[in-house]
Design a protein. Structure first.
Length: 233
């Protein structure tokens, strides 16, 4: 799995101007570059392979949550199982290494991107969806993938931007899962609420016959979905 990706210390190390900085400053600089890489990724979804997305997902989770300590998803949750296995495979990898590898992979996807350069201010830089990037997103499959990815990662602002740019809130992936399934399974209450307000249908089943309310352990989300389901029937 290593061959499609650059070495862990490629692109993620502080620039030469920062070599004399102390460990704390270097760590802060690396964390800032990592956040910039995470902001850049949505605009590169078309260029990324499934393997690269799983690679990035695992490292993002390692940075944000540490070692994988969640139960393995059920056999029938193929998407969740792949993500879990990618994260679990990192073992005790340090967040520092995970950030370096994440930055290096984003750099590989966009060689012109500079991790040391802050994003532009204003609407375009804030969301990563300005100008020509927005224009290129008017392809149903790309928007669906981005919407589901944003719901899975908890990026509420990105979800809002996608919905404003005509994303189909009820679009289903190859396993029949909707944005509500993703947001519910990952227990992002505010995103579930946003999706419902945007017309998401809580009665849509995935290929395993599960409603969004059946893929979450969060009682507050389940209750909210059930209330909206009653309104649909």
């Amino acid at each position: 799995m290593a061959s499609p990706f650059p070495a862990g210390n490629s692109g993620g190390e502080p620039s030469s101007g920062e070599e004399s900085a102390g460990p704390e400053e270097e760590a802060r600089a690396l964390a800032e570059q990592f956040e910039r890489a995470a902001e850049r990724l949505p605009g590169l979804m078309q260029a990324a392979s499934r393997e690269q997305l799983l690679y990035l997902y695992a490292r993002y989770k390692q940075v944000k949550f540490g070692n994988c300590n969640t139960p393995k998803p059920s056999f029938f949750d193929f998407e969740g199982k792949q993500k879990w296995e990618a994260w679990k495979a990192l073992g005790d990898s340090s967040p520092h290494q995970a950030m370096q590898e994440y930055i290096a992979t984003v750099k590989k996807l966009d060689p012109s991107w500079n991790p040391q350069t802050p994003e532009k201010s204003g609407k375009e830089g804030k969301t990563g969806f300005g100008g020509p990037v927005v224009s290129s997103l008017y392809q149903e499959e790309t928007i669906r993938a981005l919407l589901h990815w944003a719901c899975d990662r908890g990026h509420k602002e990105l979800v809002s931007v996608l919905l404003q740019h005509a994303a189909n809130v009820n679009s289903q992936d190859d396993e029949g899962q909707t944005a509500l399934h993703y947001a519910s399974a990952c227990e992002f209450f505010d995103i579930v609420e946003l999706l419902l307000k945007s017309g998401a249908d809580p009665t849509l089943l995935d290929q395993e016959g599960c409603l969004p309310e059946e893929v979450t352990d969060c009682k507050a989300i389940t209750s909210m979905l059930q209330q909206h389901t009653v309104g649909k029937t």
